[in-house]
Design a protein around this ligand. Sequence first.
Ligand code: FAD
Length: 401
Amino acid sequence: MTATATPAAKKSTYRPLELFDTDRLLDDDEREIAATVRKFVDTRLRPNVGEWFESATLPRELAKEFGKLGVLGMHLQGYGCAGTNAVSYGLACMELEAGDSGFRSFVSVQGSLSMFSIYRYGSEEQKNEWLPRLAAGDAIGCFGLTEPDFGSNPAGMRTRARRDGSDWVLNGTKMWITNGNLADVATVWARTGNGDRDISGFLVPTDTPGFTANEIHRKLSLRASVTSELVLDNVRLPGSAQLPLAEGLSAPLSCLNEARFGIVFGSLGAARDSLETAIDYAGSREVFDKPLTSYQLTQEKLANMTVELGKGMLLAIHLGRIKDAEEVRPEQISLGKLNNVREALAIARECRTLLGGSGITLEYSPLRHANNLESVLTYEGTSEMHLLSIGKALTGQAAFR
Ligand SMILES: Cc1cc2nc3c(=O)[nH]c(=O)nc-3n(C[C@H](O)[C@H](O)[C@H](O)COP(=O)(O)OP(=O)(O)OC[C@H]3O[C@@H](n4cnc5c(N)ncnc54)[C@H](O)[C@@H]3O)c2cc1C
């Protein structure tokens, strides 16, 4: 009697996520969007990423190419945006970050921070002025919340906006701002009074007198991404530059939540690419007269990493479905960001070990991904901040201070 082979049993090897069959949880549109972005990454970005990372550049013209691809503000409706669901946006982030966290960071900041702040809190005039250009990549946006002395605790910000007649005058410094030197418009968060609710958002065209962006150099992480200090020295803006619906710190925090959701998926792209690279390398690398993949120690590493990658993907899709149902809570996004970035970083580092000496060069992606993920671990709320927000959800007690 012959045993009936299942289709899966006929397959001799799997890519890590195939083992979880997570594609089965996606619909045709979602799979197609992921495939389209993956193709763009493979043909346009992957061949150049080593050079961009080494020279610490992100070519400005990529903005228009991302616009053409339809990934800028893709989860927003109207104003030239693609209007996809959250899962599709997450999958696009994942494919971009499989190329490099710098690409996903650009798209996250443009779509989820700059565009979302205008989309959610802007006037109709502000939306019509900026969103179609930002969606097309004809304009670039950045988002200035962090300051030199206030990162994890943005409530302490010192940047001030004061009224002068019908104008606003802004003074202060923002730090670690992605796309700062590329941007045409900056969403800047500033204090308008002394209370917690006295924080407002302002759209600052970057050619306004008194606005300066200084690029931060000598980075060891996110090198294919522009990071800047923004200086606002008596920047005079018309009253119409204020985002009319943004009141208090909850406004910028809601934008961060959008971007964090992209990271929940995105970080797994870096992990998947590291793991696939390591499996390919180990399969052709002979040590002690046998392929590296034939050793139990190697297989244990690969199996453990695959388990974490797949669990992270299940979590990401689950959170995406809850987000599409408009029911996701910030502490659930914290869970996803905390887990998936932490595990992605562990995977990228472990993959580097499998590559031996070759793993320290730009020929292979894992160490580049690991270095990038150090930034991803820190921005949009450090791991410690997400632990504290989960702790608060569990106990009802805030332990931030
Ligand atoms: C590459 C890059 C790009 C970025 N892009 C942007 C951007 O586009 N826009 C923007 O506004 N910001 C951006 N940031 C800033 C980022 O969000 C901050 O770096 C981050 O919030 C941490 O702030 P910090 O660097 O001031 O660190 P700190 O807040 O000084 O934290 C230092 C350490 O102390 C820990 N810590 C802080 N408070 C507590 C506590 N209560 N209990 C225990 N531990 C604590 C932190 O977790 C961390 O480990 C970017 C950062 C990087 C690195």
